[in-house]
Design a protein around this ligand. Structure first.
Ligand code: UDP
Length: 329
């Protein structure tokens, strides 16, 4: 039986596909290739199409025996979601509804979900625990929370068991050097910083230095994408054991300010990387740091690549070898 990975051609999806393949799993990737890259899919069967297309989804479920779904396919940019909330509700929320309806129709009872720290909004506590209040400050986080709640009710009504993984800030690249981060447009801090030593931008812009943090810039918890990938495999194993649904934070438990990330990148690349202060970006909470104790205890998750120097070094290796990402020129 196969594991269906929606959004498996995207950044975290492709790293999870690589991990599943390394463990000998049969993989079916479903991706509309709006953000994903065909070359990022290192194996398995790739179906190009959209979850909101019922005919397409029927074909995938009919042609494969699906044991479980790992669901990444979604739009995921905080800033864009504040300008185009409808796009996020349509693709993320309606797309997930279509997927869950089909899973129910075809009797697929396990789903691992790509969620986010953005479901919490401005945190009540640092580090954030899964039991803390969820009050998203942006439309992206609101749609991810709606997707989680939808899964809860499909579990209650139809017994579809879910594991929701709330990521903090994914970064880095696969150790093979074959896959890495390539978004278009790129909006994430670490790849944007690395564009400076690559000669693709003159400086990095820092969005706000008047937050209530030690140096005034936002603090985030950066976690290696391959450590995130590991957690998805462990989540599938939890569901295979017949355990109940659950929600887990995935982070390192360490926070770095934007200025600190830039400083580590200067050390890793040996480039001065000029930084220019700008206004705050809409929807950004000041501090997001995870408590991942529950994931460690219940999934047996152990992040192995959690030093920021190593995370940035792996990203730097990928970007140096692939300065234009998956595009050839
Ligand atoms: N950030 C920044 N300059 C940039 C891109 C991001 O200062 O050019 C900040 C952003 O405001 C946030 C942090 O870096 O505080 C991480 O942003 P990213 O978009 O990478 O991830 P997010 O936390 O939104 O998931």
């Amino acid at each position: 039986m196969a594991i269906m990975v929606t959004g498996g051609a995207g950044y975290i999806g492709s790293h999870t596909v690589a991990e599943l393949l390394a463990r000998g799993e049969e993989v079916v990737v479903v991706d509309n290739l709006q953000q994903g890259h065909r070359q990022a899919v290192l194996g398995g069967k790739l179906y190009e199409g959209d979850l909101r297309d019922q005919v397409f989804l029927d074909k995938v479920f009919q042609e494969n025996k699906i044991e479980a779904v790992i669901h990444f396919a979604a739009n995921s940019l905080v800033g864009e979601s504040m300008k185009l909330p409808g796009k996020y509700y349509h693709n993320n929320v309606y797309g997930t509804l279509c997927l869950l309806e089909k899973m129910n129709e075809y009797g697929v009872g396990k789903i691992v979900f790509s969620s986010t720290a953005a479901t919490y909004g401005e945190p009540e506590n640092v580090p954030i625990q899964e039991t803390d209040r969820t009050l998203p400050t942006n439309a992206y986080g609101e749609t991810k929370l709606a997707m989680e709640k939808m899964m809860k009710w499909f579990d209650t009504a139809h017994g579809i068991k879910y594991v929701s993984l709330r990521y903090f800030n994914a970064a880095g690249a696969h150790e093979s050097g074959k896959i890495g981060e390539d978004h278009n447009p790129e909006t994430h801090l670490i790849p944007l910083i690395l564009q400076v030593p690559l000669g693709q931008r003159s400086h990095i812009t820092v969005f706000g230095n008047d937050y209530a943090t030690s140096d005034g810039t936002c603090v985030r918890d950066y976690i290696h994408v391959s450590d995130l990938a590991d957690a998805h495999v462990l989540a599938v194993e939890k569901l295979r054991r017949g355990e109940d649904s659950g929600i887990y934070n995935l982070g390192s438990g360490n926070g770095f300010s934007v200025n600190e990330v830039i400083e580590v990148a200067r050390q890793v690349t040996g480039h001065p990387i000029p930084a220019v202060m700008e206004q705050r970006r809409a929807g950004d909470p000041a501090v997001l740091i995870a408590s991942s104790e529950r994931a460690r205890a219940e999934l047996g998750w152990q992040p192995k690549r959690d030093k920021l120097e190593n995370i940035i070094a792996s990203a730097w290796a990928w970007h140096q070898a692939n300065p234009h990402g998956y595009a050839k020129a």
